[in-house]
Design a protein around this ligand. Structure first.
Ligand code: 3PG
Length: 218
């Protein structure tokens, strides 16, 4: 099929993925050995779409371990900032990619990629650039620092078809302010797979946090 059709399908795929999974844990892995028990805890708590940030050396092998040993998880890369990381995401078999921002280089590379991509935006002009590349769904980052839920509410006027995954500064205290907006498909955040809990291997606590987030969003 044509490149345009492929990109439309990828966009549809992002929307379905996010719409069915209202909370996405943002994971930063410092040790490969934590990847599988962490993913198992999150999936057991009801959260199966996992964003693993490409910020650490352990990330790539950790993602590979999750894909191999936790088949119920849908794993994507986060903090995707350049073409090499897009290629890497394909090579290791990720199912989606998320970036904090969106340059023309990144948007072009994502168009040529086989994997669905969620570009990050924090302003109207960035959103409009993403629309020019055929995207209809965006990460809104850094959500709280960039104005929070009121910004997304305002964007629903001129951009009624656009949907968001806000991330950055979201936790139990404010998650519903986002999830109650009709143009929010899901939220992302590190409040579930907290770095401190991962360091201490507190898998039961993480599972409980996942369960609570799943129940809130449900
Ligand atoms: C990130 O990419 O770091 C996410 O936006 C997570 O933000 P948070 O740590 O504020 O939840």
């Amino acid at each position: 099929c044509s490149k345009e059709t492929t990109n439309n399908l990828k966009e549809l795929c992002v929307r379905n993925l996010l719409a069915g999974n209202p909370v996405i844990p943002v994971i930063t892995l410092d040790r490969v050995e934590d990847a599988v028990p962490l993913a198992q805890a999150l999936v057991a708590g009801g959260l199966k779409v996992l964003e693993v940030t490409l910020r650490t050396e352990a990330a790539v092998e950790g993602i590979q371990q999750i894909i191999k040993h936790v088949p119920q998880a849908i794993v994507g890369t986060g903090t995707v900032c350049n073409e090499q990381q897009i290629k890497l995401s394909e090579d290791i078999g990720c199912q989606f990619m998320i970036s904090p921002g969106a340059t023309d280089n990144l948007l072009q590379a994502a168009q040529a990629s086989s994997i669905p991509f969620l570009p990050g935006i924090s302003s109207v002009s960035e959103l409009m650039r993403g629309l020019e590349y055929g995207h209809r769904d965006f990460k809104f980052f850094p959500a709280e620092a960039a104005g929070g839920a009121p910004v997304l509410k305002s964007m629903s006027g001129p951009f009624g078809d656009v949907r968001f995954c806000p991330t950055g500064g979201i936790g139990v205290h404010n998650v519903m302010a986002y999830l109650s907006l009709p143009n929010v498909l899901c939220v992302g955040g590190s409040w579930i797979a907290q770095p401190k809990l991962i360091k201490e291997k507190k898998w039961t606590e993480i599972e409980q946090l996942a369960r609570e987030a799943f129940a809130l969003a449900g």
